[in-house]
Design a protein around this ligand. Structure first.
Ligand SMILES: Cc1cc2nc3c(=O)[nH]c(=O)nc-3n(C[C@H](O)[C@H](O)[C@H](O)COP(=O)(O)OP(=O)(O)OC[C@H]3O[C@@H](n4cnc5c(N)ncnc54)[C@H](O)[C@@H]3O)c2cc1C
Length: 363
């Protein structure tokens, strides 16, 4: 696989791995501190290529897969501001986001708007130069640790699909209530929150892009978010493969190491094959972003669908290989097993990925 990476990317990857070795020793993970350290050590910067961000995500997710949700949220929000924010929004939010002074949150999903994002019911009403926003968001990643939210509201009439607009709103207002972290199965390190917005007045300068462009903006961020989600799954697959090889060569039963049993070898062979295939699809999607933009949607969905499906299947097999020790709360494979399920759900469920792939083929 290394053969696909240029020398510069290999050097970057190796520096990231050195950083990880130092950073994660005996330390409680604090996401803001992690992001700041990544900036300080020049692993993130506005000029980073998508490939660099993907290699970073992959390596960090090998360490702890749940970090991927935090990272993809930060990267998706920077993409939105870079592509659609005006100069004022860029200067107010982008620098602080990169330095870690600010943490962002992407909040689209609502109780009645999941896969069908056009169903959002949050409203924004124009009053002179201000917008009045009311709504209820759920599953907002980074909600309880963020400084601002990129959110979406109906700005024409209620449930008019063409009237969704994007806004950036600072969270330091009494009119925004971020509820306590939603308890969940996996990716626990990244908080998920419900957000209630009541009679929030913001300036028209907080509008991102044109009125009615909200769905286009959201989908463009989700399209790149899927590639980050695939990188999260690839990092997870790499992590469990590592654990399975380590454990199976050390563990002896019936007079030999369990790695000598074909049953175990086959699990690990399948895992290795799918990890390589997932990585190839991931790097192809990254390549397409620069070289074949028309294919990004299809390839990003293929990479996300394949790699998250493989992560879910093989993390279950990894627990099987580790036996009882794979069930320990503290075990990497137990965490990977829990983390992998949600990868099949966010950034569009895998059923939605199949819709995207077939739509791209037939249109
Ligand atoms: C941990 C976590 C983090 C998240 N982070 C964020 C975030 O930061 N920001 C944000 O805005 N959202 C976030 N989400 C929300 C996430 O994007 C949605 O959960 C996801 O889009 C699916 O929506 P839903 O849960 O309402 O499921 P539903 O849309 O209700 O889907 C339920 C089932 O129906 C299937 N289905 C729906 N429509 C179709 C169709 N047309 N064809 C075939 N099958 C279909 C789905 O595939 C799924 O199996 C997060 C979710 C989770 C669990």
């Amino acid at each position: 696989m290394q053969v696909l990476l240029e020398e510069e990317s290999k050097t970057f990857k190796s520096k990231v791995n050195d950083f990880i070795k130092d950073y994660f020793t005996n330390k409680e993970i604090n996401l803001r501190d992690l992001w700041k350290s990544l900036y300080k050590d020049s692993f993130i910067s506005p000029g980073n290529s998508l490939l660099k961000n993907i290699l970073l995500t992959e390596a960090l997710c090998k360490q702890n897969p749940g970090i991927g949700l935090f990272l993809l949220t930060e990267f998706a929000c920077t993409e939105i501001i870079k592509a659609f924010g005006d100069n004022d929004i860029k200067s107010s939010y982008l620098d602080k986001l990169y330095t870690g002074e600010n943490i962002s949150c992407f909040s689209l999903t609502e109780p009645n708007a999941g896969s069908d994002v056009t169903m959002i019911e949050t409203t924004a009403q124009k009053k002179d130069t201000m917008w009045l926003i009311n709504g209820h968001k759920i599953w907002a990643s980074n909600g309880s640790i963020c400084d601002f939210i990129i959110t979406f509201a109906q700005t024409k009439s209620y449930k008019d699909k063409t009237g969704v607009t994007c806004f950036v709103i600072p969270t330091n207002s009494n009119n925004i209530q971020v509820l306590k972290d939603t308890p969940k199965l996996g990716v626990k390190i990244t908080p998920s929150n419900e957000i209630l917005i009541k009679d929030l007045e913001i300036s028209e300068e907080n509008q991102v892009g044109n009125i009615g462009d909200g769905i286009k903006i959201a989908l463009s961020a989700i399209s790149i978010g899927r590639i980050y989600c695939a990188a999260q799954a690839v990092g997870l697959l790499d992590g469990i493969l590592n654990e399975c090889i380590k454990h199976s060569t050390k563990r002896n039963q019936f007079g030999k190491s369990i790695s000598e049993y074909q049953a175990i070898q086959w699990y690990i062979a399948d895992m290795t094959k799918d990890l390589d295939a997932a990585r190839l699809l991931l790097y192809k999607a990254v390549w397409a972003k620069e070289n074949s933009p028309n294919e990004v949607n299809k390839l990003g969905s293929m990479a996300k669908y394949f790699s998250t499906n493989a992560a879910q299947k093989h993390s279950s097999n990894a627990v099987q290989i580790l036996g009882g020790s794979g069930l320990l709360e503290s075990s990497y494979v137990a965490q990977a097993y829990r983390d992998s399920k949600v990868l099949e759900i966010y950034e569009g469920t895998n059923e939605i990925q199949k819709l995207v792939i077939s739509k791209e083929l037939f249109q």
